[in-house]
Structure formats: structure tokens, C-alpha cells
Design a protein. Structure first.
Length: 87
């Protein structure tokens, strides 16, 4: 991790934000309620926020966006809402 990444994650934690960690070389992130800040053995990150995605499906095809206001149901279409965490 760079110094800027370390500062960012520690500042986020100080402000009450959620942090995740993983042992170096592994791919699975875990919650770090009380991080040990051992940057030589672990990677740390700000917990990603869920992405809210709206999808409109109608006979003309599929459109998507990040706001339901982007769509006006037409052509018999319906709007669906999905939440997904992305990295």
C-alpha cells in the first residue's frame, strides 16, 4: 500500500467508517472491527459501498443507470432495482 492509501484507510476508520483487511497474497476481504494496522502482513481497504443500479427492460431492449429518474417507463417496460457490491 502507498502512504496515501494508508492515510485514506486510517482516516476513514477514525471517522467511524468500516474497514476490511486480508492477509497479503490472499483474495478474500474480511471485516476489521479493530484493525491491528500491520501493513507488512495485511492489506486494508475502505469497505466498498453497494452500487444501486436501475434496469429498464422493454421490447426495445435493456437500458441501465444509477437513478430511477433516468427512465420513463414506455413500450410496456418495467423498471427493476438491483443492489450489488462492486470493486
Amino acid at each position: 500500500m502507498t502512504h496515501d492509501e494508508i492515510i485514506k484507510v486510517i482516516n476513514h476508520h477514525v471517522k467511524g467508517g468500516e474497514i476490511e483487511y486480508r492477509p497479503k497474497g490472499l483474495s478474500t476481504w474480511q471485516a476489521a472491527a479493530t484493525p491491528n494496522w500491520d501493513f507488512s502482513r495485511y492489506d486494508f481497504r475502505v469497505k466498498p459501498e453497494p452500487l444501486l443500479l436501475y434496469v429498464e427492460i422493454d421490447k426495445l431492449g435493456i437500458r441501465y443507470g444509477t437513478s430511477s429518474a433516468m427512465f420513463v417507463p414506455c413500450n410496456g417496460g418495467t423498471i427493476k432495482k438491483f443492489v450489488e457490491v462492486t470493486e
